[in-house]
Design a protein around this ligand. Structure first.
Ligand code: PA5
Length: 446
């Protein structure tokens, strides 16, 4: 079986081979304790077995719902934040046509748009304007069912849907993905008669892309979700193996070694604009899982060659606090040939007849050498091609690496106590009942 591979040769000048070997026992121990259901956060390990142990009946319902949505919608609006939207958005951007939303009529598939991932009045008002006169279906996603951003967005969209289709008509076009039994969204969905999909209780938000959270939007966008699960299932087998053949453990170990040497920022690099949201998904996965107890590697992301003209300066030459993790995906299935120009005013005829993809690869090779020389260790994650299957492998690879990394860091990967701080203050400042004392204190400080 082909699998994602990791190339650590770009770390050679910074880390001795023996250092990686010394991590072997700890990394294997961290993985195996998770697989055995032990350790901090063990109540949230359901994602580990999802690729083979998922609700097959619900999977069929997801496919049927997606078919219905595709048949009757111009727009499929996904409402969610954090783990409740990033995975789907990453997959759709990575696996479908770059301009799918502009070409939706010709491609006979609804546009997939997102809401509930910010508190911007401008975004919401523009979105509601955009939905006018178009056939809309909605997927509201929230595991807790109480998150403010998606709840506020859904309140507005629900009103629009009911005005447009009537209460019953709207209910037939609204799909809710939430906890099986609890939360405000579950109660509302049951009361209104929405079709619902369940997020297993033992799967946390940022580890939920392989549940209905990610799968329904992906299926609506025309992605083969069976292949996504097959890719994840194949990597599940690799990820449970011993250190020598397990690149996921090597990646987790290497980032910890580099962290201990003062590299506190990990920059994910990709050379495909379609990977930008995958980087965002990865940033959330690692940032929210690992950054706690005053520890953790700060996950950052850049898209090259675009950002070589901005952040490239800092990476080459600024404070030596980072290492790079480059995702090399081969998108050679598509090509764009550079034409010959008899006048050659731009002096680019040395590129005539060349595929832009080759120029991109050469840029990547040149950048790697320059950055390593500039003092930035480089980890390469190699993916043979862009497809639903490989997306599935990537998801499992990084989820497992994240769990192991956090355990090596000595933090609980599956909680997020730090997220509550801003919420408490926001509720107090908005005058939510029960927050009266905090409100007075905060207003005095402001
Ligand atoms: O990983 C997490 O748990 C969070 O990022 C959540 O996904 C995010 O806060 C959204 O939560 P919910 O799905 O409960 O609305």
């Amino acid at each position: 079986m082909d699998r994602i591979s990791v190339d650590l040769s770009g770390t050679a000048g910074f880390v001795g081979g023996h250092e990686l070997t010394y991590m072997e026992g700890a990394a294997e121990g961290a993985a195996h304790s998770m697989i055995r259901g032990m350790g901090p956060g063990s109540e949230f390990l359901g994602w580990l077995s999802l690729p083979h142990d998922y609700d097959k009946d619900e999977f069929k319902r997801i496919l049927a719902a997606a078919e219905k949505v595709r048949g009757e919608s111009d727009v499929f609006l996904v409402i969610g934040i954090g783990g409740s939207y990033l995975g789907a958005r990453a997959a759709i951007d990575m696996l479908t046509h770059t301009f799918r939303n502009q070409l939706y009529k010709a491609r006979k598939a609804p546009q997939v748009l997102f809401a509930g991932h910010n508190m911007s009045a401008a975004y919401m008002s523009d979105l509601l304007e955009m939905l006018e006169g178009r056939e809309v279906s909605v997927n509201v996603i929230s595991k807790s069912g109480t998150t403010t951003e998606p709840a506020v967005a859904f309140r507005m969209v629900k009103r629009l849907m009911e005005e447009k289709y009537g209460k019953e008509g709207a209910a037939r076009r609204i799909y809710a993905t939430t906890d099986k039994a609890s939360g405000a969204l579950r109660r509302m969905a049951d009361a209104e008669g929405y079709e619902t999909f369940a997020i297993p209780g033992d799967v946390g938000g940022r580890f939920s892309v392989l549940t209905a959270v990610g799968l329904l939007p992906m299926a609506v966008a025309g992605i083969d979700i069976g292949s996504v699960m097959a890719g994840a299932a194949d990597y599940e087998k690799v990820a449970s193996g011993g250190f020598p053949g397990n690149d996921c453990l090597k990646y987790a170990s290497m980032r910890n070694i580099l962290y201990r040497k003062g590299k506190s920022v990990e920059v994910m690099v990709s050379y495909e604009p379609s990977m930008a949201m995958f980087t965002e998904w990865w940033k959330q996965l690692f940032g929210e899982s690992e950054g706690k107890d005053q520890k953790g590697i700060f996950p950052a992301g850049v898209g090259f060659t675009t950002d070589l003209h901005s952040m490239g300066q800092f990476i080459q030459d600024g404070a030596r606090i980072m290492f790079e993790t480059v995702i090399n995906v081969d998108r050679s299935a598509k090509s764009a040939m550079i034409p010959d120009d008899p006048e050659d005013c731009d002096g680019l005829n040395f590129l005539s007849g060349m595929d832009m993809g080759l120029v991109n690869r050469k840029a990547a090779q040149g950048t790697l050498l320059a950055h390593v020389e500039g003092g930035v260790p480089n980890v390469a994650v190699n993916v043979p091609e862009v497809s639903a299957y490989w997306f599935g492998q990537l998801v499992y690879f990084f989820e497992m690496a994240c769990g192991v990394s956090c355990r090596l860091m000595g933090v609980n990967p599956f909680d997020q106590p730090g997220v509550e701080g801003y919420k408490r203050n926001m509720f107090a400042l908005l005058g939510k009942p029960g927050y009266e004392r905090e409100r007075a204190e905060l207003e005095a400080r402001l």
